[in-house]
Design a protein around this ligand. Sequence first.
Ligand code: BTN
Length: 317
Amino acid sequence: MSDLLRLLSDGRFHSGESLGRSLGVTRSAVWKQLQQMEERYAIALHKVQGRGYKLSSPLSLLDEARLRQACAVPLDVLDSVDSTNAEALRCLSVSGEVAPRLFVAEQQSAGRGRRGRHWHSPYGENLYLSLLFPVEHSLMLDGLSLCVGLAVQCALVEMGFVDARLKWPNDVLVGDAKIAGVLLELVGDPADRCHVVIGVGVNVNMLQDENRIDQDWTSMRRIQGGLLDRTEVLLVLIDQLLRQLDVIAETGFAGIRQRWEQAHAWQGRRVRLSAGNQAVDGVVLGVDGRGALRLQCDEGERCFSGGELSLRLSDDS
Ligand code: BTN
């Protein structure tokens, strides 16, 4: 199936006959595979009599051989999975894996977002990755999710997306639109031996969301105009991620705090922080040494941390 998709990934017309020839199967077998492909991957296919089949838009599929050669950590490249975070957690529970390991997928059927939300993960369009990482010192956990956000922001800047900014705790924005998100899941005793699954989703080539995303979003392709090489983007991202993890392992969040604040989109802005029905208004002062958000509220400075919090700009900001 993925051989067929690879042949079609250039976005050009291919006749049933030429596809069959390349795959060594009959035209009717090609037809069957195309139907299964459309259903399984929710991929739109154009069929034009006399010309053949083409994808509605070209795809940049992951180049597994190149990833294996260039990636600094062992990795699993998956075609379709419920969630790369879930896959990393399953791997940990089965093998008790201690070394870092990366899981990437072309598609997620149940991508997990923060605060129980769904993460839209269409086939071959964006990056969906999870790094299973053993935590050696509990100190590293302070501000870890901010550190990952910073790594994604740095990778985007390195690739020319210089307007990429952070939104506490770990969203990556361009303008007001979200381009990437981070979801950390911890297993084990944070004070002793534990593992963290570092999940990152980056909108790379997505142009449409079929109304599946309920917030303002953008993608690298929307900004740049052309199709990006997802393998290349992934390699830059992993390199930055491993670099920032080295920094936090060595210095704790203190070594990252200033750079994080410089990249924060809403530094000095008036915001509303919400948890369920409760909300607090204040001006963003920055983050503290553990990555908690510092707000100047009417009653004085207050610090907030926790995965269930969400931040918005105040109407009068
Ligand atoms: C957010 O809500 O901002 C966090 C989104 C995190 C999505 C990524 S995609 C790869 C990894 N696997 C998941 O199921 N979620 C994360």
